[in-house]
Ligand binder design. Structure first.
Ligand code: HEC
Ligand code: HEC
Ligand code: HEC
Ligand code: HEC
Ligand code: HEC
Ligand code: HEC
Length: 246
């Protein structure tokens, strides 16, 4: 049954949306940072999300440490790292290997750490067929991972766990859900509110699949780090009922 539903969703997707290509599992969420490296005569820096989110929630880096969610936009320098900022907040020889091991970061290899990924995937981890192949929601729920939520400053956020139903106004597609709970376990409210989304259901303008696929709204994360847009049914769970339920 699941197979047919997926075909229904993909058949629907094909004529309407141009889904961007998705990196292979061992490289999904990997980036090469080269804002200044090449220019300064060192190799671009490799960074993998899977190996870091295993140990830290997004908010540690993207709220507390000030990394932005777009590659090559944070003002990381060797001096800042040495002063204990950015990568240097952890890569200080205590939390992680030190700044002296230049080549473990400056290696210009987007697939750096692939063997570690393959080894890691020998664990009985909750799976999905998309993205890096790991179902991070289940991994967290079942306690298989327990990422740190802060380094020095805890989030002061209130808890808000409402699951929203986002109707699209198209009758052919069942609405998307938006579970706050699955997000606030990783992220602070301020990552999304008010810059990405208004704090009022259906008030965000131009919030469509084509804009999401361009990297706006849900696409800020669900193209490169969180499960990718190909996984229609995790956002539109009703596709199963509408298209293949009976
Ligand atoms: C934990 C990872 C990490 C380690 C270890 C590391 N760097 Fe970097 N370094 C970075 C990142 C990230 C950047 C930002 C790259 C960019 O924006 O192009 C950077 C930028 C740089 C830059 C260019 C920006 C600037 O400061 O002018 C130089 C030069 C540099 N590093 C030298 C070194 C040297 C030399 C070492 C070893 C003594 C080293 N780095 C170790 C992560 C690291
Ligand atoms: C250990 C630190 C760290 C953690 C944890 C982390 N990130 Fe990142 N993330 C980074 C860095 C560094 C960059 C690149 C920033 C730059 O180049 O300016 C980045 C970039 C991104 C990007 C842009 C990718 C691209 O291709 O442009 C997205 C989206 C993102 N992160 C989402 C997340 C999400 C969602 C989580 C949690 C599931 C997360 N990050 C966890 C450090 C982290
Ligand atoms: C919140 C803490 C934290 C931050 C910030 C952080 N890292 Fe890490 N990183 C770790 C930990 C912990 C490990 C795994 C332990 C180790 O290898 O020492 C790791 C591992 C790595 C590895 C794997 C090394 C290997 O040889 O397998 C690379 C590469 C790396 N980090 C690069 C970076 C870069 C580049 C940045 C900044 C853009 C960064 N990290 C920021 C904590 C962090
Ligand atoms: C990953 C992004 C994201 C995060 C993190 C997030 N929200 Fe939201 N929130 C949304 C979206 C999307 C909507 C719906 C916006 C729309 O439909 O225009 C929304 C709507 C809301 C609404 C309106 C609900 C309604 O029924 O009208 C409230 C209240 C809200 N968020 C509070 C919070 C709080 C408090 C936090 C932190 C604990 C938080 N949000 C974290 C994405 C997020
Ligand atoms: C700032 C980053 C970010 C944004 C923006 C974002 N998400 Fe997520 N979302 C995540 C992360 C991280 C997870 C955890 C699962 C993962 O990483 O694959 C997640 C999980 C989910 C889940 C849970 C799936 C499950 O199996 O329980 C749904 C559904 C979801 N997102 C839908 C949305 C929708 C719809 C939007 C836009 C309205 C959105 N997300 C915007 C980061 C984000
Ligand atoms: C990360 C969550 C997410 C994923 C994955 C996702 N969607 Fe959507 N989709 C949304 C949201 C949110 C909307 C509502 C936008 C709005 O209000 O119109 C939407 C709207 C739509 C619409 C209505 C038209 C439009 O542009 O708004 C269609 C059709 C659609 N999605 C099909 C799909 C198909 C097919 C897939 C799989 C290839 C898919 N979606 C994957 C979140 C998602």
């Amino acid at each position: 049954m699941g197979g047919c539903l997926l075909i229904a969703a993909e058949a629907l997707a094909a004529p309407v949306f141009d889904l961007p290509p998705v990196a292979p599992p061992d490289q999904y969420g990997n980036i090469l940072i080269d804002r200044r490296a090449t220019q300064k005569g060192v190799k671009p820096v490799s960074f993998s999300h899977w190996s870091h989110r295993l140990r830290f929630t997004c908010r540690v880096c993207h709220t507390e440490l000030g990394f932005t969610m777009k590659v090559n936009t944070s003002e990381i320098t060797e001096a800042e790292n040495k002063a204990g900022k950015y990568c240097g907040a952890c890569h200080n020889g205590r939390i992680a290997f030190s700044q002296k091991e230049c080549g473990r970061c400056h290696n210009n290899d987007i697939a750096y750490g692939s063997e570690k990924f393959d080894l890691f995937m020998e664990n009985p981890f909750p799976r999905t067929p998309f993205g890096d192949g790991i179902n991070w929601v289940e991994a967290l729920r079942t306690g298989m991972i327990n990422p740190r939520t802060y380094l020095k400053t805890k989030s002061k956020d209130i808890v808000f766990e409402k699951t929203l139903t986002i109707e699209s106004g198209w009758s052919i597609i069942s609405p998307s859900i938006f579970p706050h709970r699955a997000h606030i376990q990783w992220l602070d409210c301020s990552t999304c509110h008010p810059d990405l989304f208004n704090i009022k259901l259906k008030s965000t303008k131009a919030f469509t699949m084509s804009n999401i696929l361009k990297g706006d709204f849900c696409g800020v994360c669900h193209l490169t780090v969180a499960f990718p847009m190909n996984d229609c049914m995790r956002c539109h769970p009703g596709i199963s009922e509408d298209k293949g339920g009976q």
